[in-house]
Design a protein around this ligand. Structure first.
Ligand SMILES: [Zn+2]
Length: 70
């Protein structure tokens, strides 16, 4: 039984000779590309904090003064 996995990044078939550390990607390069795509998505979510989240933070006006100063 032959498994015909394809790289989710570039679509190339992932062969048995592929470095297993890169699985399920065809190469370490594609693995990193996928990671950065994922990271970029997470970062975008952080950048777009909802307005109510900002309001919650404003309920703690002393937050700045209580930060360690050293
Ligand atoms: Zn690939």
């Amino acid at each position: 039984m032959i498994s015909s996995m394809t790289c989710p990044v570039c679509g190339k078939p992932v062969g048995t000779s592929t470095d297993s550390t890169a699985a399920p990607f065809c190469s370490d390069r594609c693995r990193k590309i996928d990671f950065f795509r994922w990271w970029d998505g997470q970062y975008a979510i952080v950048e777009n904090l909802p307005a109510d989240m900002t309001d919650e933070l404003q309920q703690f006006p002393d937050l700045d003064t209580e930060l360690p100063s050293d």
